[in-house]
Design a protein around this ligand. Structure first.
Ligand code: ZN
Length: 149
């Protein structure tokens, strides 16, 4: 048994994360799961996303919402060489979650036990911002009317 991965402190930290964080891919809730690693004969408790069926350390809920908002409204694609589908969109959101988490940790406002400052998440703050490529915008002939300069 690897004591580093089964210490009470680590389990307590993981429990707190499952209560506070969400999956950075699907935004779903997380659970603790005992996972058996046959190759190294070890049993570890890890945070798990049942919906994605993967070990997932999780991300702060506010970061997930912000990242999803960014990807959906800006049309951000990190994995440009891949087909754009639900799976790649989840990967794009997860990538932005990594960037935002890193930035928040780097600024000292996000620690292992969550945000260190009160947050005021703006809901739908990008709802009025629509990004169109130039081909999507119909050409409009402007007629000059009397009085226009
Ligand atoms: Zn998930």
């Amino acid at each position: 048994m690897n004591f580093l991965y089964s210490s009470d402190d680590r389990i307590e930290m993981l429990k707190k994360r499952t209560r506070r964080c969400v999956c950075k891919y699907c935004g779903g809730s997380l659970t603790l799961r005992r996972i058996i690693f046959h190759d190294i004969e070890d049993v570890r408790v890890e945070i798990f996303c049942a919906s994605c069926d993967r070990i997932e350390f999780g991300v702060e809920l506010e970061i997930y919402h912000s990242a999803r908002n960014f990807v959906e409204n800006i049309g951000f694609h990190y994995y440009t060489g891949m087909d754009q589908n639900e799976k790649t969109q989840q990967m794009d959101i997860a990538k932005v979650c990594d960037i935002l988490s890193w930035g928040c940790k780097n600024m000292g406002i996000l620690k292992q036990d969550g945000f260190q400052v009160p947050l005021q998440l703006e809901k739908n703050n990008w709802a009025e911002c629509l990004v169109l490529s130039s081909e999507d915008i119909p050409l409009e002939e402007k007629t000059k009317e009397k009085g226009d300069l």
